[in-house]
Ligand binder design. Structure first.
Ligand SMILES: Cc1cc2nc3c(=O)[nH]c(=O)nc-3n(C[C@H](O)[C@H](O)[C@H](O)COP(=O)(O)OP(=O)(O)OC[C@H]3O[C@@H](n4cnc5c(N)ncnc54)[C@H](O)[C@@H]3O)c2cc1C
Length: 383
């Protein structure tokens, strides 16, 4: 038995690990990126599905997380409303490292961009941009929001811009002013007004360090931004046009200075200092949903199957649950038997139902700050 997984981010790695654990089959992962994967989701709120999967592979949530004890809501003039709310926070690269380590003896091929996918009654054939081809008994598509697998299996469906952009930062605590870090550590800090929302928490350092002095400060600032302005934000200083992520080194000067100006005008001074001291990067918030997940010998998981708004902090957990439950559904199948299509379709229905419910929660959270709502304030216009 051989499985191929397309996309080697957190969802793809979770699928590869669980399929190997539950089926004993050979698994190969194919990832488009070359050297280092782009850290799209910088900070990740630890969720039970993620902790559970780590435990199955000999790791614990505590090892890869920074703990915090309270949630603090700031007002514009810096007053605080505090509530006890213990949580564990990790980072995309910490999680990626832990999963990759558990899969170190499996095939993980980088620089492998899937371009075609065909299936017969007995196998799935895939071909990559560099000319490499292979085949397998089953394919898991974990290739993210702009999934090429989804496009081939279901037809093109461009992600829809949700009407707001996430400005982000991820800085070593030692690179930030000490008085800023003291105010932010051990807390989930929030600030919101109509048309924008800011949140911040500490995560492990780049090397996985969870101890004071070695952690990073992760922040996200959602700002309503008219669709007509999006192109000017997504054009890098280098001139390159990005689809879903502008890296810290290439945010264009005009957009960056607009963000700084807005931070100075609208944010509490603590958060303005944080923005001023950070290398900004950008992700537009986008929605996409596949109509179904099961296409013969192929299944869509994670963002390839459908996104949820980042306010739910559930994107990674959703990808992990997709992976774990798919592996369970395939656990008794062998290549000599017919595909368990009814069970797979039931998996697809359940997972789509769960994603739709979580997506709705995300829409509600966004609406609470008028993010992406019709006729909502557009702070970016006034920056
Ligand atoms: C602003 C923002 C903030 C977020 N914050 C959080 C958060 O705090 N917590 C959380 O849990 N989630 C968060 N998310 C969501 C999270 O990033 C995703 O839900 C999660 O990364 C999904 O994982 P995935 O493996 O399905 O897809 P991705 O992480 O997008 O990975 C897809 C992979 O497939 C590869 N790929 C793409 N095309 C091909 C191809 N043709 N061939 C081979 N490989 C390919 C890509 O290079 C990539 O590595 C956030 C999202 C956004 C937009």
């Amino acid at each position: 038995m051989r499985y191929v997984v397309i996309g080697g981010s957190v969802g793809g790695l979770a699928a590869a690990l669980e399929i190997r654990r539950l089926t004993g089959a050979q698994v190969a992962v194919y990832e488009r990126s070359g050297a280092q994967l782009q850290a799209r989701g910088a900070g990740v709120v630890m969720q039970p599905d993620v902790a559970w999967l780590l435990e199955q592979h000999g790791r614990t949530a505590d090892e890869v997380c920074v703990g915090l004890s309270e949630r603090v809501r700031l007002t514009r003039d810096g007053e605080r409303l505090t509530q006890q709310s213990p949580q564990l926070m990790t980072a995309w690269d910490t999680l990626y490292g832990a999963l990759r380590e558990s899969l170190r003896d499996a095939c993980y091929r980088q620089d492998s961009e899937l371009v075609t996918l065909e299936q017969s009654d007995t196998a799935v054939h895939v071909a990559f941009a560099d000319g490499y081809e292979t085949q397998a008994d089953y394919l898991v598509a974990a290739d993210g929001i702009n999934s090429q697998c989804r496009t081939i299996l279901e037809g093109p469906a461009s992600p829809r811009y949700a009407g707001y952009v996430a400005w982000r930062g991820l800085e070593a605590e030692s690179d930030l002013p000490a008085e800023v870090v003291v105010e932010l550590q051990d807390r989930f800090t929030l600030y919101a007004q109509n048309g924008m929302q800011f949140l911040c928490y500490l995560v492990p350092g780049e090397d996985g360090n969870t101890e004071p002095g070695g952690r990073r400060v992760n922040w996200v600032w959602y700002i309503n931004t008219p669709a007509a302005e999006l192109a000017s934000v997504m054009r890098g200083e280098s001139g390159r046009v990005y689809q879903s992520f502008v890296p810290a080194g290439d945010v264009n000067e005009s957009a960056r200075s607009k963000a700084h100006h807005l931070a100075q005008r609208e944010l509490p001074s603590l958060l303005n200092s944080l923005v001023e001291s950070s290398r900004l990067f950008v992700q537009p918030v986008q929605d996409v949903a596949a109509s179904r997940r099961v296409f013969g010998r192929c299944a869509l998981i994670g963002d390839a199957a459908g996104t949820v708004r980042p306010h739910t902090a559930a994107g990674t957990a959703k990808a992990f649950a997709d992976a774990t439950l798919l592996a369970r559904t395939l656990s008794t199948w062998d290549a000599q038997s017919p595909l368990p299509l009814d069970a797979l379709r039931e998996w697809g229905r359940q997972r789509n139902g769960e994603t739709t419910a979580t997506a709705q929660m995300g829409l509600n959270s966004a609406a609470a700050s008028a993010l992406g709502m019709p006729n909502a304030p557009q702070p970016w216009d006034f920056a």
